[in-house]
Design a protein around this ligand. Structure first.
Ligand SMILES: Cc1cc2nc3c(=O)[nH]c(=O)nc-3n(C[C@H](O)[C@H](O)[C@H](O)COP(=O)(O)OP(=O)(O)OC[C@H]3O[C@@H](n4cnc5c(N)ncnc54)[C@H](O)[C@@H]3O)c2cc1C
Length: 448
């Protein structure tokens, strides 16, 4: 067989759609970007490869909305919210449906555990109410180029190819897929090293009251649990991570478990952009889920009857490809809580770096940093913006900047930037960050 003689065919006619703004990816950033651009009166299409929105938060079962509250060491402090706008709106919409729990302790800050099924419904209803055209089960596979301008994407659907043309395309794929397809500048982690993936799972049958009475309110498990894990490791159990997070959820008898640390069988870091590594991560992730569930059942108080209810639809990817932006958020900016004149989002979340033997957490106390607009604007190419975790940021900076409240905030800002670009017939690089900031202020998003 000579593969050179094969024809690359799909004989079905390609369908064509036209939109002002096209958003690729329906994670937190994509939902916020699509809703915000639509609210400015534009025609908006959102493409999503799964049959639901939520991305890492839902398919990856990441489970909590981090990044809303300040971290502090002040005795007796209560959660102090500093991120508002779309993040706050979505959290309130979840709350109205019983889809999010009150703030729980996460070390020196707080987070809120959400119900992924209610997340999906909330996004569906919100996008439908705004009039966003959503196309599920559509995988963007190519970019449409008009000279140097990204003029939309081609997507694979069961109906055949769909070409969606747009004045502005927003890459909210998490993996900067559109950036890569267009051949624009991107990079991966710290010289190719990325944070490890985690397969999250949920346990049912837990006596949460006994569990809490034994381990306290902090969802980052303390030394008692880590020591038990180390003993089990020494006894040969395949439990590579000894510092784990366990969250009681909105549902009775349930714990959301962020425990696994996935590396290759040969110990190397897995790169989720490689299909072989991504496959290995899924299989190893599911194996580790069973090992951790057995450990929890055997060793943790209140968990004696616990069983795995589900895992993420896919392994959780913290970091992959990121855009080369006109600005880059540096590790030092995060640590120094730097505020930029062109900042379009706030983040009080610590650097939470999942690499090596145990996750490293570096707190930003009683303060937050902001993220500049240029982190979402590719250095080359026209007609394209990115939103979400594929922003331009250094390795440790993205270990802070990637969480859900911030991805909502980026999406909201980039939805406004896209609308300004369409309305004023400007390229994203020429959009004035001050105009984006004004629009965010009008929305009630606190940005400084
Ligand atoms: C293990 C783990 C635990 C985490 N825990 C927390 C936590 O507790 N709290 C918190 O706030 N954050 C947490 N995070 C981070 C957070 O979940 C993500 O960073 C955030 O959801 C990213 O949002 P996003 O919109 O940028 O990207 P994503 O959520 O990755 O969304 C991208 C979307 O694009 C779609 N897509 C991708 N490629 C294509 C394509 N070519 N065509 C069409 N669609 C495409 C995907 O299906 C997905 O829906 C965690 C992440 C991981 C991996």
């Amino acid at each position: 067989m000579n593969i050179m003689n094969f024809e690359d065919v799909d004989r079905r006619p390609a369908l064509r759609r036209v939109s002002d703004v096209l958003v690729v990816g329906g994670g937190a950033a994509g939902v916020a970007a699509a809703a915000t651009a639509r609210r400015q009166g534009l025609q908006v299409t959102l493409l999503e490869k799964y049959g639901f929105c939520g991305g890492g938060a839902v398919a990856g079962l990441s489970g909590t909305v981090c990044g809303l509250y300040l971290a502090t060491e002040r005795a007796g402090a209560r959660p102090e919210q500093v991120v508002f706008g779309f993040a706050d709106e979505f959290v309130r919409a979840l709350d109205a449906r019983g889809g999010i729990a009150p703030p729980v302790r996460y070390g020196r800050t707080w987070t809120r555990v959400h119900d992924p099924l209610i997340w999906r419904d909330t996004a569906d209803d919100l996008l439908a109410a705004e009039g966003v055209t959503v196309i599920y089960h559509a995988l963007a596979t190519r970019v449409l180029l008009d000279g140097d301008r990204i003029a939309g994407v081609s997507a694979w659907t069961k109906q055949g190819r769909v070409d969606i043309e747009a004045a502005i395309t927003v890459d909210a794929s998490g993996d900067a897929d559109v950036v890569a397809m267009a051949g624009l500048g991107s990079f991966v982690g710290d010289d190719g090293h990325v944070q490890n993936p985690t397969m999250i799972f949920r346990l049912l049958g837990v006596d949460v009251a006994r569990f809490r009475a034994e381990y306290g309110d902090d969802t980052i498990m303390g030394e008692a649990v880590s020591a038990a894990l180390r003993r089990a490791q020494a006894a040969g159990r395949p439990l590579p991570r000894s510092k784990v997070w366990l969250f009681p959820t909105t549902r009775p008898g349930e714990l959301l478990c962020n425990c696994t640390r996935i590396t290759g069988a040969d110990g190397r870091e897995l790169d989720p952009l490689r299909f072989a590594d991504f496959t290995e991560a899924e299989i190893e992730g599911r194996r580790q889920v069973h090992a951790y569930a057995a450990f929890i059942r055997d060793h943790l108080v209140g968990c004696e009857q616990a069983f795995v209810n589900d895992t993420g639809v896919q392994v959780g990817i913290r970091q992959s490809r990121q855009v080369q932006g006109t600005a880059r958020l540096l590790n030092a900016d995060v640590v120094a809580a730097r505020k930029f004149d062109d900042g379009i989002a706030r983040s009080p979340w610590p650097i939470e770096l999942h690499a090596g033997d145990r996750p490293k957490v570096e707190w930003i106390l009683d303060d937050y940093y902001t993220v500049p607009y240029g982190c979402f604007v590719p250095t080359a190419g026209e007609g394209l913006l990115v939103a979400g975790r594929c922003l331009s940021a250094e390795h440790e900076a993205v270990a802070s900047a990637r969480v859900t409240a911030q991805c909502f905030s980026y999406g909201q800002a980039i939805g406004h930037a896209a609308a300004l670009a369409v309305r004023d017939r400007r390229q994203p690089r020429a959009v004035d960050a001050a105009a984006v900031r004004d629009a965010l202020r009008r929305d009630g998003a606190a940005i400084n």
